[in-house]
Structure formats: structure tokens, C-alpha cells
Design a protein around this ligand. Structure first.
Ligand SMILES: [Zn+2]
Length: 274
């Protein structure tokens, strides 16, 4: 699933190709992508100009010139692909936006798990799904705030960092790297971590996510943007995906387990369980 750096990469791509374009038509090719009434969605976006593309956590926000925003989540395989030629429909196109003066944006999603909402510009942060999303992991999240949110929780820290209602933008790839760099086992219970530990986690989260943004995300799985462009952060991963490998710091064989049904890899020497 695309995480914060990959969604940010898509945001930057969209900003280049569709900002200031006016939507002239929308074709919905799959039933489950648009949340709510299709006719209302179409009526709300046709004729509107996309004035800004924003991101919050793993959500994309297309700000329209009047009244509405389009709020979109890529889930597993969602991709936005822009073509200058309006005949170009991509293989798994689910929703297609046509623009005045040329150009077409395909929302392509082989698994069709992605979601697109239409929301009121004035209050979209106060309604579902964004009202339940926690502060972004690349913002200067206050360690005291983070401590207050989690210090009574008995869940392990990996599960906590993946919970978008607590802190947003982190998924399985980056949580693996963040906890490795922080020398904390993913099995450590949140209530065992002190403020110093949390400060280390927040600092490393920010550092890793910002580095990954610079490299246009991680294509260790299927992430691409534009027409099949890959990010480069997979070349800098320390332990994610190295299932049979050794720790790059101590050469100990890496441990592979499941946590909340997610594949989890860590070094049981460098990463301590408190
Ligand atoms: Zn190690």
C-alpha cells in the first residue's frame, strides 16, 4: 500500500499535470470507487477547476475552485495516470476525468479497493474519513502529545504506528525501517516506552519519510507513479524485504514474524524489547 512518501510523490506529479485544469467530464467505470451518489459526484466536479492538490496522511485532496474537494485514497494499487491524448484509457481505469483544452486523468486500480469522496471544502477535515486521522508523522508532532496518546496502551508499538488515527502516513515498509533505526523491537508494548524512546521514534520517522519523499517513494512492492515511473527508496532500505538476510549493523540473522497478520522483520539483537 502506498504510504506517505508515495502519496506525496503522486501529489507532486498531479500538481504538475492537472493543476489549473477544468474538468469537462467524468466517466465512472467501476461501481465501488466513488463513495456516495454518482450523479451528485459528477454534478459537483464537472465545470470546476482543480486549483490545488494537497495531501494529508495517505489521502490526496483535489481542491476545486468552487465549494468542493475531491478526497481520494489509493488503498492497495490505486494510480493516477495523465495522458495528453484523450483516447488513452489505461488498462485498469476505474474513473476517468476529462479536461477542457485536452488531457485525461485515469484513476487506475487493478484491485479496485481505492476510494474517492466528494466533500465540502468548508468542513472536510471535520467529517469522515479525515476527522479520524491523527497528526502526520512528518509534522513536528509534540512528544508529550504522542506520549499522552499511547502511554497507557498495551498494544505493541508496531501496531500503534500503523494506526492512522494515532499518527498518520506510516505503513508496513516504513514502520519496519523506523523501528530498526530506533533500535526498538516491534513487539515492545507502547506502555513500556518512555518519552526519550518516543522522541527517537518521531525523529527517525520524520527523517526516513522525508528521505523517501526526496527519492519519490519506494517501489519495493508495486508502487509506480505517472506512466510506470518508479521511486528509488527501495535501494536504501535497511531490513524491509530482506527476509533471509542478516542485520546490516550486527550481522545477526534477521527474525521474521507476524504482527496483526502483517509480515514483520527485525533484528532481535539490535532492536530491544522493553
Ligand atoms: Zn542487528
Amino acid at each position: 500500500m502506498p504510504e506517505l512518501p508515495e502519496v506525496e510523490t503522486v501529489k507532486q506529479y498531479l500538481d504538475k499535470v492537472i493543476k489549473n485544469k477544468v474538468i469537462s467530464d467524468v466517466v465512472i467505470l467501476h461501481n465501488n470507487i466513488i463513495c456516495g451518489d454518482y450523479d451528485f459526484f459528477k454534478k459537483s466536479v464537472i465545470g470546476k477547476k482543480i486549483v490545488q492538490i494537497k495531501r494529508y496522511g495517505k489521502y490526496l485532496i483535489f481542491v476545486l475552485d468552487k465549494k468542493f474537494v475531491i478526497l481520494a485514497h489509493l488503498r492497495m494499487e490505486g494510480k493516477y495516470i495523465f495522458f495528453k491524448n484523450q483516447e488513452n484509457i489505461s488498462k485498469y481505469a476505474r474513473v476517468v476525468f476529462f479536461f477542457k483544452n485536452g488531457g485525461i486523468l485515469n484513476y487506475d486500480d487493478s484491485r479496485a479497493f481505492g476510494k474517492i469522496h466528494i466533500k465540502n471544502k468548508s468542513n472536510y477535515f471535520l467529517t469522515d474519513p479525515l476527522k479520524k486521522i491523527g497528526q502526520e508523522a512528518i509534522e513536528n508532532i509534540n512528544v508529550n502529545q504522542f506520549y499522552n496518546l499511547i502511554h497507557k496502551k498495551k498494544k505493541n508499538i508496531k501496531t500503534i504506528l500503523l494506526d492512522q488515527s494515532i499518527i498518520s502516513g506510516i505503513g508496513n515498509i516504513y514502520v519496519t525501517e523506523i523501528l530498526f533505526k530506533s533500535k526498538i523491537s516491534p513487539l515492545t508494548k507502547a506502555n513500556k516506552l518512555n518519552k526519550n524512546d518516543l522522541s527517537t521514534i518521531l525523529k527517525n520517522a520524520k527523517c526516513i519519510l522525508l528521505d523517501a519523499i526526496k527519492l519519490h517513494g519506494c517501489s519495493a512492492k508495486s508502487f509506480t507513479y505517472s506512466s510506470n515511473k518508479k521511486g528509488q527508496y527501495q535501494n536504501f532500505l535497511q531490513i524491509y524485504g530482506k527476509n533471509k538476510g542478516n542485520c546490516p549493523v550486527c550481522n545477526n540473522k534477521l527474525t521474521k514474524i507476524k504482527i496483526s497478520n502483517r509480515g514483520t522483520i527485525y533484528c532481535n539483537k539490535c532492536q530491544i524489547t522493553k
